[in-house]
Every structure is written in structure tokens, then in C-alpha cells.
Design a protein around this ligand. Sequence first.
Ligand SMILES: Nc1nc2c(ncn2[C@@H]2O[C@H](COP(=O)(O)OP(=O)(O)OP(=O)(O)O)[C@@H](O)[C@H]2O)c(=O)[nH]1
Ligand SMILES: [Mg+2]
Length: 302
Amino acid sequence: MTSTAQGHRSGFACFVGRPNAGKSTLTNALVGSKVAITSSKPQTTRHAIRGIVHRDDAQLVIVDTPGLHRPRTLLGQRLNDIVRETWSEVDVVGFCVPADQKVGPGDRFIAAELTKVAKRTPVIGIITKTDLVSPDQVGEQLLALQEVMEFAELVPVSAVDGFQVATLTDLLVARMPEGPQLYPGGELTDEPETTLVAELIREAALEGVRDELPHSIAVTIEEMVPREGRDDMIDVHALLYVERSSQKGIVLGHRGERLKHVGSTARRQIEVLLGTRVYLDLHVKVAKDWQRDPKQLRRLGF
Ligand SMILES: Nc1nc2c(ncn2[C@@H]2O[C@H](COP(=O)(O)OP(=O)(O)OP(=O)(O)O)[C@@H](O)[C@H]2O)c(=O)[nH]1
Ligand SMILES: [Mg+2]
């Protein structure tokens, strides 16, 4: 049912920040469900992901964006473009800076870009990962962040222990205009199921790989269909791309053990997501230097 009750608010907020600042983890914490994959590797998020927070008095759509960084590849440039495009469509920006890392040039770069592109959009400064530091350090980080730009509010949070997550939701909702529900009740994201499935496979594949490899991994779903003659099983055929044949060996592991492990980790998560049993058929392919190749980027959805 579409609610147009008096005083109901709805709108969009986006989280921006350097890669690895904790934007996706925070998005999931606010939504109360995993809509975005997360990892300890920078540049995990590769598109704008909408997570929806439902309350009686408001509907808040959070747009989680890729980490803004100095791009070294065409993919990097595309990711930054996504971030800037998102700024123009939101009512408020949440600028995330982790509590455990010095405020630095990367943050000042983002602040400068925000001032250029979204001059009129209020920006809330968010210190993330407060569970990693002492209260004194949180205080110091707040002071350091204040130097970076003019914020509408400042708030320290922890997505891991839940500190001030509800407060942040309140602050974001307060910036929403009055308006009706934008999404049906209970819908937590508008990501297509195949995208969520591909992302869960990529998340599993990121676990335990190092250096350049995380950036080189992409996943596509070739087919996702119910098993013929059964209603409790879905067959998923997926391809995991790397950029060089040397990377293929790493992803496969000794006798394919690593890939098998990635597959079973991902399958368990996909089963939870889809609520049925899943057969996951996962193959590795080399797409040479896809991060720098416009044609291949397009094929992979960028
Ligand atoms: N201790 C702690 N760790 C956190 C918290 N939030 C995120 N992390 C960790 O920080 C790392 C990065 O988290 P993400 O949410 O993927 O970061 P992101 O900003 O979305 O990163 P990109 O998508 O690469 O830009 C992961 O290892 C998370 O588990 C937090 O509140 N506390
Ligand atoms: Mg992310």
C-alpha cells in the first residue's frame, strides 16, 4: 500500500568515502540485511547499490557507492563517475571516514569534489568503525574531520557493535522531504537477484586473495534456472573472470581446491538469499586486462 500519511518522509541518502571506509557495512547495518557485499580489500563495491530502510514515518533509500579514489584504470574512472552521478540524485550525503585511519589527502579530495558537484546537498560527516579505537581517538577524529569541510552534522558510528546506527538513521531521515513510500513495504533492495548472486560469488572469491587480484575478479551469471522437474533446486551457472592466466591458477588453487571452497561458501549464501537449494556451477575464464578495455567493461556491465 502506498502511504501518503501526513508527515511521512521519503528520499535518498548516499554514502561516500575512500575505499574500505566501511560504507557497505554501514549500509547493511542501517537496512538490517545484507544488500551489499563487503571485504577488507579496497574497491569492493562496483556500482551504486540501493538499500531501503522502512519505518512507519519514513522510507529512506540509501545508495551505497564505490570508494572514491584516484583512478588507475578505466574501471576506476567508471567507478568514480558512478559516485559523482549519484550525488546529484540524493537529498543528503553521508561522508564516511574510518576512526582508525588518519584523515588525509584522499578525504580532502572527496570534500573538494563534493563542494564542486553537490554544493547545495547537506553533508553529514560520519566517523565509522568506532569500535576499533578509544573514545579519545574518536574525539580527535571528529576534530580532524571538521577541518576538511563544512558538515551539516557529525556523528561517530560502529556498524559492528551498532553504536549510534539508529541515531544516524534519524539524522538522515530528518533531511528527507515529505513524500510517499517509494518502494513496496519489505523490499530491501532493488538489485536484481542475478546481481546479488554474482556479488555473493565475488565476495567469496575475494576472501584470501591479495595484491592486484581482488581488482581483477569479476563474476557474471550465465544462467539461473529451476532444476527441471523440481521445485526445491535452482541451477546457477556462473563465470569468474580474471585478467591473466597466472591469476587463473591462483583462483583455482592446487587441484582446484580453492575454487571449490569459494563455490561452497558462495552456494551457502545464495541458498539463504533465494530460500531454496542451489547447485552452483562455477568456471574461471581469462578476460585479458578487462579493467582497461572498454569493450570488455561493457560486457561485464560497466
Ligand atoms: N571493526 C569494524 N570494522 C568494520 C566496520 N565497518 C566496516 N568494517 C570493516 O572494514 C572493511 C571494509 O568494509 P566495507 O563496508 O566493505 O567498506 P567500503 O567502504 O564499502 O569499501 P569499498 O566498497 O571498497 O569502497 C571490512 O573488512 C569490514 O568488515 C565497523 O564498524 N567496525
Ligand atoms: Mg563498499
